[in-house]
Design a protein around this ligand. Structure first.
Ligand code: HEC
Length: 152
């Protein structure tokens, strides 16, 4: 009888719904990826100045983004695990329709480079208000720092 088989499934679905089983993973649970060393990063990031990257990240991103898993979202989403969780996947963050519809499933250093050069023209309609970073070396340093620090 088909009905008999359906009952446990329905019950399991109810249980899942009751304990929020469909909610996205909190940022803190994403970090299954080992923290890379500078020399393990792909070129040109393996020759970046991550000390400068950290400083620039603090200065240009820190007002809107937390990077540590233990902290939540700010004006912008938490960036912990940002390369490993998929685009627009920070828990409990209300993304713009533009970023939710972004064509790539995940952030790569190359995509992030274009995003930071000009968020508005790369993802028209995004809610991220950042004057593009035109200095290529500065973008490289910030991205290298993020590739490491977003996994710590
Ligand atoms: C004025 C606030 C602000 C600043 C400054 C800012 N951001 Fe953002 N950022 C946002 C907002 C808001 C979003 C969400 C955009 C959306 O939903 O369209 C976002 C989204 C992002 C995302 C996408 C995250 C995801 O989960 O897919 C990345 C990556 C990002 N920002 C990186 C940076 C970096 C790196 C810097 C510094 C160079 C920076 N942001 C500076 C507000 C900011």
């Amino acid at each position: 009888m088909r009905l008999v088989g359906l009952i446990p499934v329905t019950f399991a679905a109810m249980l899942l719904a009751a304990c929020g089983g469909e909610a996205p993973k909190p940022a803190a649970e994403v970090a299954a990826v080992p923290v890379p060393k500078l020399e393990d990063l792909p070129a040109p990031y393996n020759t970046a100045d991550v000390v400068r990257g950290k400083e620039m990240q603090g200065r240009k991103c820190g007002a809107c983004h937390f990077l540590q898993a233990s902290r939540g979202n700010q004006v912008g989403p938490n960036l912990h695990g940002m390369f490993d969780r998929g685009v627009a996947k920070a828990a409990k963050y209300n993304y713009s329709p533009a970023l939710k519809a972004f064509a790539s499933p995940a952030w790569t250093p190359e995509l992030l480079d274009q995003w930071l050069l000009s968020p508005d023209s790369f993802v028209p309609g995004t809610a991220m208000r950042l004057n593009g970073i035109t200095d290529e070396t500065e973008r490289r340093d910030i991205i290298a720092y993020l590739l490491i620090a977003s996994r710590e």
